[in-house]
Structures are given as structure tokens and as C-alpha cells.
Unconditional design. Structure first.
Length: 68
């Protein structure tokens, strides 16, 4: 919510695309978060820790598996 919801409200599309059905594998989601892409800024490990990023990628994977 703190870092993603502004551009991906509720996981849906907004300024950025929907995250609820993001087809990327976890390692590419992590890469995009760290490097940024297009209008998405990069988030350093000081902003989103490696553990938080691992949890985020796992959460997005779970959302896809449950059809959200």
C-alpha cells in the first residue's frame, strides 16, 4: 500500500498496469521493482528491503493463482 497503491490502486490499473494478474515470474517482478521501467521508478533496498520484495513477489503470485 505504501509504495504501490498510488499507481496501482488496489492492485488494479491506474497510472501503472494492474498487478493482480501480472504475468511476470517473480524474478522479473523483482527486477522491475529494483530497476524501474517506463513511468515506474526504481525502488532501492533502502526503500523496499529484499525481504519485503520477496514477500511482494510471493503475494502477487498468490493473487494470480486465486484468480484475482
Amino acid at each position: 500500500m505504501k509504495h504501490c497503491n498510488q499507481c496501482h490502486p488496489g492492485g488494479e490499473g491506474g497510472v501503472g498496469p494492474a498487478l493482480n494478474n501480472k504475468p511476470l515470474p517473480g524474478f522479473l517482478i523483482k527486477f522491475q521493482v529494483r530497476r524501474g521501467m517506463g513511468a515506474m521508478p526504481a525502488f532501492s533496498s533502502q526503500v523496499i528491503s529484499d525481504a519485503q520484495l520477496d514477500s511482494l513477489a510471493s503475494y502477487l503470485k498468490e493473487l494470480r493463482q486465486h484468480g484475482r
